[in-house]
Design a protein around this ligand. Structure first.
Ligand code: N01
Length: 547
């Protein structure tokens, strides 16, 4: 194969900036960079913008963050857009992205169904030569871009478990992120593998429709009630009045959310005060008990265990069968509460009270293989299914990036350079890959930060950086290995104080066989993260070399 650098095909587009991915981060960066006069394009593999909301069309897909916080702070959008409820569903979010793209007239700058497949850095021009494929025609073409911004989010690569016999199955088998649009579950015998946020939403949504459902659980989720209030025009108008101040507040919270952590040390609270606080947070619903609750939760296993007992006692009574209750809501915490993502639910636990819903704990009885009619467990029992749903999550932080054949100046791909662990400066860039800057990337707050908030705040840092380079006629930026070491050290110090390493979660990269077990979402909070970014910029982009 001819190297992209020697490829003689004509270059289709020559850009200042190529943005990859049409989720919140990509759309935000595209609009701002265009307004600042950069020649910029966004390539999106899907047929529409929306990121995870384009791909995840499974029944019950619904955002777990309040709509007030889960939106752009751009008044051209929120002044006109009405949310129908506080936790909108996937279709409404997809519609929101259509509205944003139309309103900001971004269409001409977006190439849909365009998947970036490879990139090489041309050191003589300080440009990336990027090869992309049209997903409809299969044709490939070349783009040259000075800056290459992969804004791939944390859910762009599906994690498909390696279960023997998968290809022999005669029914339908699909991952939650590739759900066939409108696929009808009524009357089907269904297997669901995985009980994370996606699994919980699927299970509770299809339980009333299916003929039967078997849920294969490896780890129980600590799932919280959602309570999505309906919002009419008047309610939206009322919210609009508060938005400017609200967005300022959102940007200063730990996770860029509609609420902040409670920083009062729990040791200074009486038992009554501790419990009353939990009752209030729990009654408000959503993720508040987790990302808007006691900050101590993340640093003190004892506090985490107390909150676990509170949650357990609220939840367990909803499950009729005591054996099942112990599986779904164990007496003792299977991992510290808060160290894995809490999904949100309405009727998740009630689904298991149905006679036609069965739970298989794969720790007691593992999935042995898939056969033509269903799944065989280690005990030799064959269960027949029409559909197998893989709610098995994502190769989250680096999967999408490593899937693109990007080779850096050291001759390594991202997969190779991260083989012994991810290295970045500020979660913003990796040495050896000049002019590639991340937003919501590995070692940034990502999973601990509300998507739209970090899309804007991290995006602003990247955009300011590109503007300052343009003003100085600089054409190349690269993270230094020294900067990366410093960030790694800080990252590890902050991580060591938290409860996150105590769970095998996707936060810890522990869900992907063969990858290094390491926390890849910065747990120090948004304020501290932005301060570190600011310090670098104010010190002449310390931690980077710009030429
Ligand atoms: O994925 P997950 P997800 N055999 O990795 C299990 C966001 N999100 O798609 O816990 C058997 O959380 C795995 O078991 P274990 C949100 O940030 C948001 O559900 O690893 N089981 C787990 O139960 C979320 O955190 C929203 O032991 C296997 C499940 O599959 C993130 O996306 C909605 C297995 C995977 O859970 C990912 O959520 C949905 C195997 N081989 C998602 N491999 C909203 O905002 C994996 N599992 C609403």
């Amino acid at each position: 194969m001819v190297s992209l650098l020697e490829d003689t095909r004509p270059v289709t587009e020559e850009l200042d900036v190529l943005v990859v991915g049409g989720g919140f981060a990509g759309v935000y960066a595209l609009e701002r960079l265009r307004a600042l006069g950069f020649t910029v394009k966004l390539y999106e593999a899907g047929s529409e913008a929306g990121g995870v909301w384009h791909w995840n069309q499974y029944p019950g897909a619904r955002v777990d963050t309040e709509a007030t916080a889960y939106q752009f702070s751009d008044e051209r959008i929120w002044k006109e857009w009405d949310w129908s409820e506080m936790f909108p569903g996937q279709e409404e979010l997809q519609e929101y992205f259509r509205f944003v793209v139309d309103k900001l007239e971004l269409g001409p700058e977006i190439s849909y169904s365009t998947r970036v497949v490879a990139a090489r850095f041309d050191t003589s021009h300080d440009q990336w030569v990027v090869e992309s494929r049209n997903e409809n025609t299969g044709e490939t073409f070349l783009t040259r871009a000075r800056f290459f911004l992969p804004m791939l989010g944390t859910g762009s690569k599906k994690l498909i478990p390696n279960i023997a016999g998968r290809d022999t199955f005669k029914g339908n088998i699909f991952h939650t992120a590739e759900w066939p649009k409108g696929y009808d579950m009524r009357g089907k015998r269904v297997a669901v593998i995985g009980t994370g946020a996606s699994g919980v939403q699927v299970i509770q949504s299809i339980a009333p429709q299916v003929e039967s459902m078997t849920v294969f659980q490896r780890t129980p989720s600590m799932t919280l009630p959602m309570y999505s209030a309906k919002l009419d025009r008047a309610a939206n108008d009322e919210l609009r009045k508060s938005y400017p101040k609200f967005f300022e507040f959102r940007n200063q919270t730990f996770g860029g959310l509609a609420y902040d952590l409670v920083y009062k040390p729990t040791a200074e609270m009486t038992d009554e005060e501790f419990t009353e606080g939990l009752e209030k947070l729990y009654a408000e619903g959503g993720l508040q008990i987790w990302l808007g609750g006691y900050a101590d939760l993340f640093f003190d296993v004892e506090v985490s265990n107390r909150i676990y007992r509170f949650w357990r006692d609220k939840t367990r009574g909803r499950i009729k069968d005591p054996v099942l209750a112990e599986k779904l809501v164990p007496t003792e915490p299977p991992y510290p509460f808060g160290s894995k993502r809490c999904p949100l639910e309405y009727t998740y636990y009630e689904a298991f009270n149905q006679d036609n819903v069965e739970l298989v704990d794969v720790n007691d009885n593992r999935i042995d293989h898939i056969y033509e009619n269903g799944i065989v467990t280690a005990d030799g029992v064959e269960r027949e299914f029409d559909v197998i749903v893989l709610a098995t999550g994502f190769d989250s932080f680096t999967g999408g990036l490593c899937d693109i054949d990007i080779v850096g100046t050291n001759g390594e791909t991202f997969g190779e350079t991260y083989a012994n662990g991810v290295h970045t400066f500020l979660g913003r860039a990796t040495s050896g890959f000049p002019n590639i800057l991340f937003v919501y990337g590995p070692q940034s707050p990502s999973a601990f930060c509300n998507g739209p908030t970090c899309a804007e705040l991290e995006g602003d840092w990247v955009i300011d950086c590109l503007v300052s380079m343009r003003e100085r006629d600089l054409t190349r930026i690269e993270a230094t290995p020294e900067g990366e070491k410093e960030w790694q050290q800080h990252f590890e110090e902050v991580t060591a104080a938290t409860i996150f390493p105590l769970a095998d979660s996707w936060y810890m990269n522990a869900n992907v066989p063969g990858k290094k077990r390491e926390l890849l979402a910065y747990p120090g909070g948004l304020a501290q993260y932005l301060k570190k970014n600011q310090e670098s910029a104010e010190n002449g982009y310390a931690g980077f070399v710009r030429t």
